[in-house]
Design a protein around this ligand. Structure first.
Ligand code: GLU
Length: 500
């Protein structure tokens, strides 16, 4: 394994949205490509908003997405623990060290006071910045007050100068110390602040590259100040661009599906989402390939082709990619993934027998070309599960078949022949259609249109060659929603249309 070590450090305060999923993916791809380590760290220092249930969901969603990690809260590792809430003693230890070396100090300012100063600055059009009021308190006095039980935060002293780094995405970035107030490291309630815990952890976990969203760029100088105060070499930074919705505003819930869980529930395949999100900000060396199957993405990924301009999330493109991956997926896998959607629609019940899954492969195959995502399957497969002759003969699009004389003639000849069959196959179906053609003189559309409508209840749909075996086999399976055989459908139709 190389020295490359990266981490994904989500806060368990909600679902994994697209931006974070892309950050996780880029870290994972980079680690894989460099034969390095990928660490999962849970940043749960915000006790009010962090929930174990979100952490569990997060791990599950990342696994569904196809990512795995060498070290993390569930798998452990040599740099644990991997939850910040379990690392408090480490944060306390370094805070003490920083206070001892006078690089940090106790701050007794009341939150209300800080808030009103902040508001005043904003009102005056100034960037809010801590005044530094407690910076020059005598260290002994401050220590005495803390020992006496007074609540105090710990702040880092920002020394005059500038903070500069070479960002792998943004190039040279410089901040002057003037715009940075002394940041809080540990709050008065003892909880570490993000900018503090992240530095201690990245260092102790030997992180070589910090790849994260560019909403953290303004945090980076504060973190660099801390590396400097502790005498540590900072990692290399790469800040990924913002993701925008198709209307070029920041991607949010109103743009539709935005979390891993949403995409999973919509029936987007994880490999399609990985491929799509990889292209949000990254482009391959040839600048044009779009489909990267299997290991190709890992082989080609590099941080040198990551752009800093915002990436636009395009649901149409994701749908296109998902169609590609659904077609490329092995039919057994697709059937497995499709089954829950039919259970949800009430068509199937669990557990699934092998025979049901094998049958489902045919169903999915029959309607696949009409699907962008698997959640559209129940609607596309309605003609398999929901046939009602009564609605066929009353439906605006299909009614003519029951009324039109020529169509009735075809069906009057066709239906009894089908009903006389013991076990209908598509071959027999075709032979019978030929006999009907001879008998009635109808051919092509005049022959097959009435037949299709009478059997499926719809004017268009998958090839009858695919549907007939689906109806026959489906009927034998006795599913939660019984599938009607071709004969059952036609018997119903003949009765409803009063044929013969
Ligand atoms: N917990 C932070 C977040 O979710 C991590 C930021 C970082 O990667 O440093 O945004």
């Amino acid at each position: 394994m190389s020295k490359v070590r990266v981490r994904f450090a989500p806060s368990p305060t909600g679902h994994v949205h697209v931006g974070n999923a892309r950050t996780a993916l880029f870290n994972w791809l980079f680690a894989r490509h460099e034969n390095g380590a990928f660490v999962l760290r849970i940043e749960d220092t915000d006790v009010e908003r962090s929930e174990k249930q979100f952490e569990d969901q997060l791990l599950e969603d990342l696994r569904w997405f196809g990512l795995d990690w060498h070290e993390g809260p569930d798998v452990g590792g040599p740099h644990g623990p991997y939850r910040q809430s379990e690392r408090k003693n480490l944060y306390a230890q370094f805070a003490k060290e920083l206070i001892g070396s006078a690089r940090a100090y106790y701050c007794f300012c009341a939150p209300e006071q800080l808030e009103s100063e902040r508001e005043e600055a904003l009102k005056a059009g100034r960037q809010p910045k801590y005044s530094g009021r407690c910076r020059n308190l005598a260290a002994e006095d401050a220590a005495r007050r803390v020992n006496g039980g007074e609540a105090a935060a710990v702040r880092l002293k920002i020394e005059p100068g500038e903070f500069r780094w070479h960002d792998l995405v943004h190039g040279e970035v410089v901040f002057s110390s003037e715009v940075i107030g002394d940041p809080i490291l540990v709050r008065s309630d003892g909880h570490p602040a993000y900018n503090y815990a992240v530095v201690i952890d990245d260092r102790l976990m030997e992180i070589s590259h910090v790849i994260r969203g560019d909403d953290h760029i303004s945090n980076t100088p504060r973190q660099l100040a801390l590396y400097r105060a502790l005498g540590w070499e900072p990692p290399i930074f790469a800040h990924l661009s913002t993701i925008l919705g198709p209307d070029r505003s920041r991607l949010s819930k109103r743009h539709g599906a935005t979390s891993l869980q949403n995409f999973r529930e919509e029936g987007v395949l994880p490999e399609a989402l990985r491929n799509y999100l990889a292209l949000l900000g990254w482009s391959p060396a040839d600048g044009k390939t779009e489909i990267f199957e299997g290991k190709v993405l890992v082989e080609q990924f590099s941080l040198t082709h990551v752009t800093k301009s915002p990436a636009v999330f395009d649901p149409e493109k994701l749908a296109w990619m998902n169609r590609h991956y659904m077609k490329a997926a092995p039919p057994e896998r697709l059937a497995q993934l499709a089954a829950p959607f039919l259970v949800k629609a009430g068509y199937l019940s669990e557990p699934h027998r092998q025979a049901t899954l094998a049958w489902l492969e045919r169903v999915v195959d029959a309607v696949l070309k009409n699907l962008d995502r698997l959640d559209q399957l129940p609607a596309a497969a309605r003609l398999v599960f929901d046939y009602e002759a009564a609605s066929t003969i009353s439906g605006g699009e299909t009614r003519h078949v029951a009324e039109d004389e020529a169509a009735r003639q075809v069906l009057t000849s066709f239906i009894p022949k089908i009903l006389a069959e013991q076990a209908l196959t598509f071959e027999r179906f075709r032979e019978i259609a030929k006999e009907v053609q001879k008998e009635t003189g109808k051919k092509g559309k005049d022959l097959f249109h009435p037949i299709r409508v009478a059997i499926t209840g719809a004017v268009s749909g998958p090839e009858l060659e695919k549907l007939i075996p689906i109806f026959e086999e489906g009927a034998r399976l006795k599913l939660a929603r019984p599938v009607k055989s071709t004969a059952e459908r036609l018997r119903e139709f003949a009765e409803a249309a009063k044929l013969g």
